[in-house]
Design a protein around this ligand. Structure first.
Ligand code: GAR
Length: 223
């Protein structure tokens, strides 16, 4: 039996917080995901994800946005540091900064984000509470290519969860995180295997346009 060998995809991960998605990606690499995290950057000096990176032997750098006069100068420095590692993919994993258009365009087609809602619904912050306030029956998470429109880039894969009557925002966040830890490594695998592209504004998987792919965590199927 022969498997197609892939060079590990060089990846840089950007975080601001706990880094549980970073951990899921580190663990997936340990289990065979053909990627290599060359560096982790955080704009928050206290982010626990920095500890996770260092414990995994990954260079972890703090670039504190408060040290810069404006968004553009922060983004320029961040971009230069990222490019030093020559990544083929930038993974935003709970990176809580709006990025300038120049930054986003520089990485167009090679920057992913994960957002805790069924985009295009609930762009922005506090998505779990907003879902509860609206009385929605379902909630979810989306992985998308990053384009200049905030949380508006083409969606690659989503996972949906039911909202239970007694859920609070913390419970929803926990169950969303479980889904995130499954779908983010899967999408990164597609990219690493050369199966996933952004073609203008169209996401292609194995050359075919995809629209609203859903992940089923019971079966592991997407469709
Ligand atoms: C995740 O739930 C991610 O979807 C969200 O931040 C959390 C980070 O968790 N991202 C956004 O809200 C981006 N708009 P983590 O630090 O444990 O990976």
């Amino acid at each position: 039996m022969s498997a197609i060998a892939h060079q590990p995809l060089p990846v840089v991960v950007l975080i601001s917080g706990s880094g549980s998605n970073l951990q899921a990606i580190i663990d997936a690499i340990g289990a065979g995901l053909p990627a290599e995290i060359r560096a982790v950057f955080s704009n928050e000096p206290q982010a626990y994800g920095l500890t996770r990176a260092r414990e995994a032997g990954i260079p972890a750098e703090i670039i504190d946005h408060r040290d810069y006069a404006d968004r553009e100068s922060f983004d320029r420095v961040l971009m230069a540091r990222i490019d030093h590692y020559q990544p083929a993919l930038i993974v935003l994993a709970g990176f809580m900064r709006i990025l300038s258009e120049d930054f986003v365009n520089h990485y167009r087609g090679r920057m992913l984000n994960i957002h805790p809602s069924l985009l295009p619904r609930y762009q922005g912050l506090n998505t779990h509470q907003r879902v509860l306030d609206a009385g929605d029956a379902t909630h979810g998470v989306s992985v998308h290519f990053v384009t200049p429109e905030l949380d508006g880039g083409p969606v690659i894969l989503q996972a949906e969860i039911p909202v239970h009557a007694d859920d609070d925002a913390g419970q929803l966040a926990d169950r969303i995180h479980q889904q995130e830890h499954l779908i983010y490594p899967l999408v990164i695998r597609w990219f690493a295997e050369g199966r996933l592209q952004l073609d203008d504004d169209t996401v292609r998987l194995d050359g075919k346009p995809v629209e609203s792919l859903r992940y089923n965590s019971d079966t592991g199927d997407t469709g």
